[in-house]
Design a protein around this ligand. Sequence first.
Ligand code: AMP
Length: 380
Amino acid sequence: MTALPPGAMIGILGGGQLGRMSALAAARLGYRCHIYAPGADEPGMQVAAARTVAAYEDQAALARFADQVDVVTFEFENVPAETVEILSRRVACRPGLKALAICQDRLQEKAFLESIGVPVAPWRAVRTEGELQAAVAELGLPAVLKTTRLGYDGRGQAVLRHADDLVAAWARLAPRPLILEGFVAFKGEISAIAARGADGALAVFDPAENEHRHHILDISFAPARMAPEIAQAARDHVAAVARGLDLVGLVALEMFLLPDGRLIGNEIAPRPHNSGHWTMDACVASQFEQHIRAVVGLPLAPAERHHDAVMRNLIGPEGMAAWPGLQGQAGIAPHLYGKGEARVGRKMGHANRLLPRGALAGMSDQEALGPLAAIAADAS
Ligand code: AMP
């Protein structure tokens, strides 16, 4: 396809910070964004050229939106598949329905990862209490019980350590369809992000090493401090995901790193990802720009980084308390999302610390964090 010309209108479903940062990247390339979301006060709305405030099920609003945009993308994978199906009849949607369907359902996601050769934790579908008991008998404990849909940041899941944990976990999570996963005793969590253009070209960022607090991403170190062959395996895995999904857009693959160096695929997000925010300051084209490039049909930019980077999220009141101290410091790039109230656990912004390329490998976490070490993730 020929690329959409500058000035074209990109429709984005979802008004959160990922939509906001995508719209800012689009503006830098001369495009306009029309954001469609249920809330008028969302971060993306503040920077959009056009807005639709409507429910994702509002067919009349969707039809009007489709007629006003040249292409549609989304900033979160839980947008109802039917919404994208309705829009697809009138306008190109990138990524498409296949990527969305697979990433909305943990069972499909696991089966897909296996089908393209990415190792996953052993898993069983669980629809009844009897199936839960059978699955636990087969996979053993500890294990992790998760809802197949709409889970994020640790919500919709329970770690089962003892046989007594089953009843409470079942009571909390059922009757939703569930998946039981074998517990992975990982050494670390990493993620890799790939953009895939309309022409099939790939741009793969260096994998990042992620630390969570209270189930929310706290810090990403990029590049991940691990052997080059493991980093290459992570890149190969996310590239296989992008191809296998027939993706035009951006995709993140979250993986567990085992003590023996093997990688286990956990979750796919067909959109910009929090663990890729470091690319905003450490690469010529950020993950958001690559996403927009793919969606409008522009060639992707090379994904190499010109700096090493550490990203720390600014979460809740503690994150905002750190904001003044991050200003005007060498090598620190602070970002805010324009959210009103700094509620506990809410992602308000993030800060990137740039380090000379190659410096991170020899640093402890504290050294790498520098001034970002003082930021407290909230204690909820
Ligand atoms: P998820 O919603 O699948 O990204 O899971 C949230 C977090 O729970 C992950 O980042 C891990 O820290 C942990 N987790 C999820 N699945 C497993 C597993 N099978 N074994 C061990 N830890 C897990």
